[in-house]
Every structure is written in structure tokens, then in C-alpha cells.
Design a protein around this ligand. Structure first.
Ligand SMILES: CC(=O)N[C@H]1[C@@H](OP(=O)(O)OP(=O)(O)OC[C@H]2O[C@@H](n3ccc(=O)[nH]c3=O)[C@H](O)[C@@H]2O)O[C@H](CO)[C@@H](O)[C@@H]1O
Ligand SMILES: C=C(OP(=O)(O)O)C(=O)O
Length: 431
């Protein structure tokens, strides 16, 4: 298995191109199942999750082809993926495939809406929490689907098609909102989704569906209205930029010091996180090209943050913020409200000398003046990158093991950081 080696202490200066968002690319690829035509997606990040989803869609009969390597480019800027879902050969998503990636469960919605049936393995828990799918199933039932659980599979049927309905989520769920939105596009009549997630990736998917002929209003607000149509056509869509990747690199710069342009980042998509970084002492400026992040001279100040659905502080940046706060001049408090077990990074950060006390869902981080490099273990995607952030400021060498977690969600991380002066390299493991 590959490892990432970092020697801390180098400031970051230069340009980091921000990739297309994993959390938009995955549902967009899944949305291809809705159409008997071709969906072409540009700015798709080269990530393990994208490759895995391509295999899952291939199993359903989607012809997935990749183009778009521009000559001379460092391969940092994404790819163009063509998805031809004209023929669906199989409506089952098997355990071996779904268990590797939670978002793949969402195929249930377009398969059911278009084919009237789907058999999808339950995804199971993961390192950050139990992650049930009850609300996704509730949404499909509201649209008239019959749902049975058989041998670990969700068997969903709607022989006469789905019917528009009111779906009110008791808590905000991104996956639930994607599922309801996709399923409703081909339902008879109008669906109203209440307490919908407002994440920018929902908006991106809704924009693409609209280009495919869907009738969607209100995406980005907590009420989304969808009027079903009989079929969707193909389109070309470019994946929105990754606000979590942008926030992560902004925290890398805040940690290491320096001056970096996050090229292509859209500040309006991560305003809360940028405000927190400003409070912590980073200088943030929106430019025509993206977001410029600087920290020179003065230290990092402590902050108190509680994660919340968009537009609140994202849970997907919680671990990274904790990595940054390990070096703050003072005590920070970070409360996680979305996932019950998203603190796996705490014990690994402690190996570098971080002082973090956990009490229920709140971590109290007492900033230290020195971190010291050590071997550490990645436990999940965002936890892994929090270790990279800490490693950028730690004295000596930090080795992050189990890099496959990082490869799920960060395109060319070590190349992007080393191009800005970080001493970071990938050490290839035995295959
Ligand atoms: C691929 C993708 O986009 N993943 C993101 C998505 O995950 P995902 O869509 O899985 O997260 P949700 O927004 O659905 O989860 C929010 C909360 O609702 C709970 N819940 C969810 C569904 C359900 O049926 N029942 C239930 O109780 C979850 O356990 C969690 O506590 O949103 C999360 C919250 O912003 C992000 O951290 C993930 O990066
Ligand atoms: C938790 C994440 O992803 P997923 O929902 O795919 O596990 C994430 O992107 O941080």
C-alpha cells in the first residue's frame, strides 16, 4: 500500500488548481442512468471513487468512456467522462461493489424511476458512523415504491411508475435529497421535497438534470419542487469545483504559512469555512481566478466551530480544521453534529504531539507550539488529510499510511502540494 511522506516546515507558495467536486461527480454520474441518451461530464476528478462508480455503472450496462487528457498538462485538472446508459442490462447493484462506496447506493433512485425496479445491497456502516438509509427509503416509499429487505438487499419496485408526492425529511440529508430529486424527475406529477439539503452539489445535480429536460425548482433552498417528465435527454455538464478540496488547501496554507492561489475555487460555496479561517488569522481574498490564501508572520488563533448542514461549517472540513487548530495559540472547541463517530483523527493527531480532549461530540484542542513528525494511520478520507495538514507543520518526518483513503477524494494531492514547495512525496507500496 502506498504511503505519503511529509517533512514539515516548508511554507506554501504558488497556485493549486481545484478539481471538480467528488460529491457532485458521483451523483452526476449516477444521474446518467435516468436517460436513454448520452451524458458527458467535464471536470470529473481522477479519484478512486469515480473509478469504482464507473465499474458499478458498467455492471448496470452503462458504457463509460474517459477522454480529455490535455497534452502537456500535469493531469491535475480533471477528465471528461462520457456515459452512455441507453441500455440497462442489470438492475442489481451487488454487495461487493456497493460496500466499497456509500454513494453507490443512490443508483437505486434512477434505476427504480426508469426501470420500475432495483435491487441494491445495503451499504452498511463506515468509519465515521452507522450511516443508515432509512430516509432514502422513506422518500422512495412516499413516491409509491414498494420496498422489501431481502438477504441484505433493498428490493424496490414501482411497476406502474413512481407518483409525485410531498416528502418531508425529519433531518437534512444530502443522500436523501439526491435520491428524492433523481427519482422525482421521472415520476407522474409533482413532488415537493421539504427540509431538503442545500449543498452546492445538490444545485449542480439539479442544474444538470434541468439541462437533461427535468423540471426542477428551488434547488439550493430547503424546498425543491420537481414536476416529472416522461423521459430525459442527454447533455454536457461541467462538474462544480470542489469546495471541500478548496477548504482543505486553504487550511494547508494557514498551517504552513505562505501565499497560494486556489485556482478555480468558488468562495461563495465555502463562505462559512473561509470566515473561520479569517478568524484564525489567515488572509482570504476572492479574485477573478479563485481564492487567494495567505498567512505570513503572525500565528494561528483559536476558534470555536460547530458543524452543520450547508451553509453551516461542513463536517467534511471538521478534521482538517482540527489539524490546523493543533498549532493555534490558545484553546479551540470543535463540535461535530452530523456524524456520531467522526473523530478517528484525534488519536492519530496525538501521535504528532497534539493535545485534544474529547467529551461526547465536542473536541477541545489545546494548541501546542511544536508538533513532531511520526508514522500515522489514515482512517477515513478527511481524517487522512488532517494528518497531512498537521504533518506540514510538524518537525521532521510524518508518514501517513493507508493512503487509499486519501485517493478516494483528493486528486494528485502530493503533486499539488509539492508544486507549491511542500516536502511531500508518495512512496509506492507493494501491490
Ligand atoms: C458522496 C457525498 O456527497 N457524501 C456526503 C454526504 O453523505 P451522505 O449523503 O451519506 O450524508 P447525509 O447528509 O445523508 O447524512 C446526514 C445525517 O443524516 C443521517 N441519515 C442519513 C440518511 C438516512 O437515511 N438516515 C439518516 O439518519 C446520517 O447518518 C447523518 O447523521 O453528505 C455528508 C454530510 O454533508 C458528507 O459528509 C458526505 O461527504
Ligand atoms: C464522507 C465522505 O464521503 P462519502 O459520503 O462518500 O463516504 C466525504 O466526502 O467526506
Amino acid at each position: 500500500m502506498d504511503r505519503i511522506k511529509i517533512v514539515g516546515g516548508a511554507p506554501l507558495n504558488g497556485v493549486i488548481p481545484i478539481s471538480g467536486a467528488k460529491n457532485a461527480a458521483l451523483p452526476l454520474m449516477i444521474a446518467s442512468l435516468l436517460s436513454e441518451d448520452i451524458l458527458t461530464l467535464a471536470n470529473v476528478p481522477r479519484l478512486a471513487d469515480v473509478s469504482q462508480l464507473a465499474r458499478i455503472l458498467g455492471n448496470h450496462g452503462v458504457d463509460v468512456t474517459v477522454a480529455g487528457k490535455r497534452p502537456g498538462e500535469m493531469e491535475l485538472t480533471g477528465q471528461t467522462v462520457r456515459l452512455d446508459a441507453r441500455t440497462i442490462v442489470d438492475t442489481t447493484a451487488p454487495y461487493e461493489m456497493v460496500s466499497k462506496m456509500r454513494a453507490s447506493f443512490w443508483v437505486i433512485a434512477p434505476l427504480l424511476a426508469r426501470m420500475g425496479q432495483a435491487r441494491v445491497s445495503l451499504p452498511g456502516g463506515c468509519a465515521i458512523g452507522t450511516r443508515p438509509v432509512d430516509l432514502l427509503l422513506m422518500a422512495l416509499e412516499r413516491l409509491g415504491a414498494q420496498i422489501e429487505i431481502e438477504n441484505g438487499y433493498v428490493v424496490a419496485t414501482a411497476r406502474d411508475g413512481l407518483r409525485g408526492a410531498e416528502i418531508e425529511f425529519p433531518k437534512v440529508t444530502v443522500g436523501g435529497t439526491h435520491t428524492a430529486l433523481m427519482a422525482a424527475t421521472l415520476a407522474h406529477g409533482t413532488t415537493v421535497i421539504l427540509n431538503a439539503a442545500r449543498e452546492p452539489e445538490i444545485v449542480d445535480v439539479a442544474d444538470c438534470l434541468t439541462k437533461m429536460g427535468a423540471k426542477v425548482r428551488g434547488a439550493g433552498t430547503s424546498t425543491i419542487e420537481v414536476t416529472g417528465v416522461s423521459r430525459l435527454h442527454g447533455t454536457h455538464h461541467s462538474v462544480v469545483s470542489d469546495r471541500i478540496e478548496a477548504g482543505t488547501y486553504a487550511m494547508c496554507v494557514a498551517m504552513a504559512g505562505g501565499d497560494v492561489l486556489l485556482q478555480g475555487a468558488q468562495p461563495e460555496l465555502l463562505q462559512t469555512a473561509l470566515d473561520v479561517l479569517t478568524e484564525a488569522g489567515a488572509e482570504i481574498a476572492a479574485t477573478n481566478e479563485g481564492i487567494r490564501v495567505r498567512r505570513n508572520g503572525h500565528g494561528i488563533g483559536p476558534v470555536s466551530v460547530t458543524t452543520a448542514p450547508h451553509p453551516g461549517f461542513p463536517t467534511d472540513l471538521q478534521a482538517q480544521l482540527m489539524g490546523l487548530m493543533t498549532r493555534a495559540k490558545g484553546t479551540s472547541r470543535i463540535t461535530e453534529t452530523i456524524f456520531e463517530n467522526r473523530f478517528m483523527h484525534v488519536q492519530e493527531l496525538a501521535r504528532l504531539g497534539a493535545r485534544i480532549h474529547l467529551d461526547g461530540q465536542t473536541a477541545t484542542v489545546e494548541g501546542v507550539s511544536v508538533l513532531k513528525g511520526a508514522p500515522v494511520m489514515a482512517t477515513d478520507l478527511r481524517a487522512s488529510v488532517s494528518l497531512v495538514i498537521a504533518g506540514l507543520a510538524a518537525e521532521g518526518e510524518t508518514t501517513v499510511n493507508r493512503v487509499y483513503h486519501l485517493d478516494r477524494g483528493f486528486e494528485q494531492l502530493e503533486r499539488k502540494l509539492s508544486a507549491c514547495g511542500a516536502q511531500i512525496e508518495r512512496i509506492a507500496g507493494e501491490r
